[in-house]
Unconditional design. Structure first.
Length: 331
């Protein structure tokens, strides 16, 4: 049997196979982040036939001060729950579980909030320069507020009927800014050692756990490595992953830190170096995403032990029936 077709069962969530749709912003929401019919259709089309084990919904802001892009999805207030329920129900109607990703864009929110030019995370790549382009540090009171906003949004995700919640700590957004020594220059309890740079993560995870209860799956998308001089290393990513699991994360979703792409490896599973190191060091399932366009590539990554589940993003954006067509190529 192909590994990609093998089910994976944890105490909290079942995967019918190993193929996952990773979170990808559609920017099809309304101006206030409300879920539109176009969004529901986008996800239904990709859930159709239940060839995917899981769909992770695009990043949703927990507070308008953490909104990272136009027409971004919102989980920031109770008015959003109605649309969230519709979306969860539409995906479930096709037989696919769905998890919603929560985000605070940090320095990538609007200029009115940061006082900075808006910089797309993808433009940061490995050339993130600490110094003048950093906004003022958050106060501790602001950090505490963000932690409770993550928890409140997670409660909405659960009450809307989703099968889990994912905390976004990758691609240069707020939580990955805390993890990276390039962007985190704090000298208080939230900066300095890796443990301190991960303090906000641990508080967010604990607060989310309190909001969703013990039985609910918490995913965390970890930007495991910055692949940049002075940035966080794979070793840091391994320790960060362990801290997340100790704090209560059930599934780790591995991607880049301040980068969305690997600076040198563009092949299938380009973050496999980080994912494999993390998988070897934790007991929870690991998702690996990046550069996978064929199911045979996913199979090879699973065979190599790089991860437990494989994400295919742009392939599914380009073709909603990608998973079915790929499964059909397996003899
Ligand atoms: C249009 C677009 C939007 C994305 N939005 C998100 C997002 O909301 N949250 C996130 O964690 N990653 C986001 N990503 C990154 C993808 O989840 C994925 O990691 C990346 O595309 C690499 O995987 P792929 O080669 O399979 O596409 C986005 C990627 C694209 C192309």
């Amino acid at each position: 049997m192909y590994r990609v077709l093998e089910p994976l069962e944890t105490a909290k969530i079942k995967f019918k196979n190993r193929l996952v749709m990773p979170p990808m912003a559609t920017q099809k929401c309304g101006q206030n982040g409300e879920i539109t019919d176009a969004v529901v259709q986008h996800y239904s089309e990709r859930a159709k036939g239940a060839y995917l084990a899981l769909i992770i919904i695009e990043n949703s802001y927990i507070d308008v001060a953490g909104k990272g892009m136009a027409n971004m999805m919102s989980a920031a207030d109770d008015d959003m729950i109605y649309g969230m329920e519709k979306l969860a129900a539409a995906i479930h109607a096709e037989g696919v579980p769905a998890v919603m990703q929560l985000n605070h864009a940090g320095a990538f929110t609007t200029r009115e909030i940061t006082g900075l030019e808006v910089v797309a995370p993808s433009a940061v790549k490995s050339e993130f320069v600490p110094g003048d382009d950093l906004p003022r540090p958050l106060t501790v009171a602001e950090i505490k507020k963000i932690i409770s906003q993550f928890a409140e949004a997670a409660g909405r995700v659960r009450s809307a009927g989703f099968d889990g919640v994912e905390i976004h700590s990758a691609h240069g957004y707020l939580l990955s800014q805390f993890l990276s020594p390039l962007s985190n220059q704090r000298r208080d309890q939230y900066g300095g050692s890796l443990e301190k740079r991960m303090a906000i993560h641990r508080e967010v995870i604990a607060a989310v756990r309190k909001a969703v209860g013990a039985d609910y799956p918490i995913f965390l998308r970890l930007g495991a490595c910055d692949y940049a001089p002075g940035g966080s290393t794979i070793e840091d990513g391994v320790r960060a992953a362990q801290l997340c699991v100790e704090a209560g994360v059930d599934i780790l979703d591995i991607s880049g830190g301040l980068c969305l792409q690997h600076p040198t490896n563009t092949g299938p599973g380009y973050f496999a170096d980080a994912a494999a190191a993390i998988k070897a060091a934790v007991t929870v399932p690991v998702i690996l995403t990046g550069g996978v366009r064929k199911i045979q590539e996913a199979e090879r990554l699973l065979e190599a032990g790089s991860a437990d589940l494989i994400g295919a993003g742009r392939a599914l954006l380009a073709d909603p029936a990608w998973a079915k067509k790929q499964m059909d190529t397996l003899a």
